[in-house]
Design a protein around this ligand. Structure first.
Ligand code: INS
Ligand code: FE2
Length: 262
């Protein structure tokens, strides 16, 4: 069993794919303490929010504001890293922790859950062994019947680079696009970490090497370092928002100030 798959079945609180769904389709709500949807409605879209730090600009969504306190609760509480840093990391690394899952706001725009959360993988080529539930959920995927898309390289050139690869859609790519559009002054590593943090078959499964460029290999350690603080590392206790807020507000002001377009 691929390690990612083993982890998924060992951890019942994580989002899971219905065993009865045919084509890698239906994603069921997680069990246990993550039973609630990601909490945007209650925690972020409250009327009582003050001093919004990240706001909605022009876009299809309703006028919403994300307060620093809400972000901290969402991102440092139930859905982000425990501070067990073993090496000194740059300050922006902490901001990546805060921001990395904000793309899940797509769920508010009516995007179905399977197109927002879940691990990501390249489309247009054969899904490799470490893709979670690879063996049980891809049997009806039409690409696998198409000789152009069902080989190891599929529609790609060898070592074309992940920036030329079409990934399955989700919160990673959306947040990356938001950061780019709003010109966050973060280093390329930060963009990269957010864009590929759910690409477990690559950063943890070591698959898809045939698509990687030298630049991808250079970025891999950053994605792996970040992964130590991603899934399964959540602190069960809510953070002390008042204590943490000035620090994170400082990072926001430094790297992504003002009102953002989503
Ligand atoms: O499969 C997981 C899961 O869907 C999480 O909700 C998400 O934050 C991760 O990035 C992803 O890899
Ligand atoms: Fe994520």
């Amino acid at each position: 069993m691929p390690s990612r798959q083993r982890r998924a079945s060992e951890r019942p609180t994580q989002t899971r794919v219905s065993p009865s769904s045919a084509a890698g389709g239906q994603v069921l709500p997680p069990r246990g303490r993550m039973q609630r949807p990601i909490g945007w409605k209650g925690a972020v879209v409250g009327p009582g929010l003050q001093q919004p730090c990240l706001g909605w600009g022009a876009g299809p969504g309703p006028p919403l504001a994300l307060s620093p306190a809400s972000l901290l609760i969402l991102c440092l509480g139930p859905c982000s890293p425990q501070p067990t840093l073993s090496i000194p990391l740059p300050d922006w690394f902490h901001l990546v922790g805060l921001l990395h899952d904000l793309g899940k706001v797509l769920a508010l725009f009516g995007e179905p859950q399977w197109a927002v959360v879940g691990d990501t993988f390249p489309v247009g080529c054969r899904p490799q062994a470490s893709v979670v539930f690879r063996d049980s959920t891809f049997q009806d995927n039409p690409d696998l019947q198409d000789p152009r898309y069902s080989t190891e390289l599929g529609m790609y050139q060898p070592h074309c680079g992940l920036n030329r690869v079409l990934m399955s859609w989700g919160h990673d790519e959306y947040m990356y696009q938001v950061m780019k559009f709003n010109k966050f002054s973060l280093p390329p590593e930060a963009f990269y970490m957010i864009r590929f943090h759910s690409f477990y078959p690559w950063h943890t499964g070591s698959d898809y090497q045939q698509l990687c460029s030298q630049q991808d290999l250079a970025m891999l350690p950053w994605v792996q370092e970040f992964n130590k603080f991603d899934l399964y590392t959540k602190c069960p206790d809510l953070p002390d928002v008042d204590k943490l807020r000035p620090y994170y507000q400082g990072l926001i002001d430094k790297y992504c100030p003002g009102i953002l377009s989503w």
